[in-house]
Design a protein around this ligand. Structure first.
Ligand code: MRU
Length: 361
């Protein structure tokens, strides 16, 4: 499936000393890869959305914490673990909503801690072995994400029919993951099998992930994609052109309430009104069982400048205007037809169906 793409989103550098990402802030105009080695630039790459999308952030965080930890020279396991915990906390402060960031960082920290417990003795050689385990774990997170995307795509494709018009919001595609995406995965798989989908991509203000990223990657893969402004979704739905809405998620509460890019909840409310199924595609790792409902999900607020100037040469509003710029919103579970993970299709009531998926891991 990777053959569809002549780009990749995130990887470890060939010398294994750096995190390499495709700088998504330069798309669609330029395809530029950044090689990141220091903690400020890795933190900034996540904060400024150079690498973005919940699963891709998780993979980048896995490699990021490894790259930073392996530079730390010490002969003490305890000192090494202290440094890994410090890096974990620092990278975790970059963005608050996508649970995959914390999930991947904690998985890496746990790997280091259990290696330290299991490996006998102390000294530089033991610390090197712990670093080796961390590298393997980061690569495992990467590989798992590829497989997860493919499985999500297969399960979701079973709900779709050839020729369907499908609306998506933001970017939950190859650029948001290390594989073929979550929301866009069934579209890539269906395209290979001649489904002939007609995809409508919301532009996704204020940072235009739909226009700059979703339209770019679908168009490049030869999928029929039509770009619309966010405020056109109701009209396109009413015209009968849309038969399913598919988006990703950044964090899903135990009851199915799903945080995703700002604007998703409005799309979901519209979909319900027009009788269109609303599918949320996400890895099981995006379900945060510690959040009982969407009210427990922390929503990132970003600088107002993104609304009035970012991506445009000229200001789009008075520069001293008051702004409110939440990056995500929560779609209540009652608007969601199904949540599709690598384990299958969860239907309401989600508290039971998601829990069942978790237990069948
Ligand atoms: O702010 P972003 O671009 O990181 O937001 C991304 C989204 O909202 C995606 O839909 C979500 O992370 C799922 S990506 C498979």
């Amino acid at each position: 499936m990777k053959r569809l793409f002549d780009f990749y989103t995130v990887d470890l550098s060939p010398d294994e000393n750096a995190l390499v990402i495709l700088d998504q802030t330069r798309l669609p105009g330029e395809t530029v890869y950044l090689t990141l080695q220091d903690e400020e630039s890795i933190w900034d790459a996540i904060w400024s959305l150079k690498v973005r999308g919940a699963p891709a952030i998780g993979v980048a965080a896995g490699y990021g914490i490894y790259v930073l930890a392996q530079k730390y020279e010490t002969g003490s396991k305890e000192a090494f673990l202290k440094e890994v915990r410090r890096i974990r906390d620092y990278l975790a402060s970059s963005r608050p909503t996508a649970v995959n960031l914390f999930w991947a960082l904690d998985r890496m920290l746990n790997t280091a801690e259990s290696a330290a417990r299991e490996l006998p003795g102390d000294g530089p050689e033991t610390v090197e072995k712990i670093k080796g385990r961390m590298k393997e774990e980061a690569r495992r997170i990467h590989r798992e994400d590829e497989a997860t995307c493919e499985a999500i795509g297969r399960h979701c494709l079973s709900l779709l029919e050839p020729g369907m018009g499908i609306l998506t919001h933001c970017n939950a595609g190859a650029l948001a993951t290390a594989g073929i995406g979550t929301a866009l995965a069934p579209l890539y798989l269906g395209n290979e099998e001649g489904y002939g989908f007609h995809v409508y991509a919301d532009e996704t203000r204020p940072l235009l992930q739909g226009a700059r990223l979703t339209a770019w990657e679908l168009h490049r893969a030869g999928i029929d994609v039509t770009l619309i402004c966010d405020n056109m979704a109701a009209s396109v739905m009413k015209s009968g052109k849309i038969r399913a809405v598919i988006t990703g998620a950044d964090r899903i509460a135990a009851n199915g309430d799903s945080a995703n890019k700002i604007g998703t909840s409005g799309v979901a409310v519209l979909a319900k009104e027009f009788g269109i199924p609303m599918y949320i595609n996400a890895p099981l790792s995006t379900v945060d069982f510690a959040c009982a409902t969407g009210a427990d999900i922390k929503i990132e607020e970003r600088p107002g400048e993104e609304i009035f100037r970012k991506w445009y040469e000229r200001p789009m509003a008075p520069e001293d205007i008051k702004t409110y710029n939440p990056a995500f919103d929560v779609t209540d579970a009652k608007y969601i037809t199904a949540i599709i993970t690598e384990k299958g299709v969860a239907r309401p009531p989600f508290t039971e169906s998601l829990q069942k998926m978790r237990e069948n891991k």
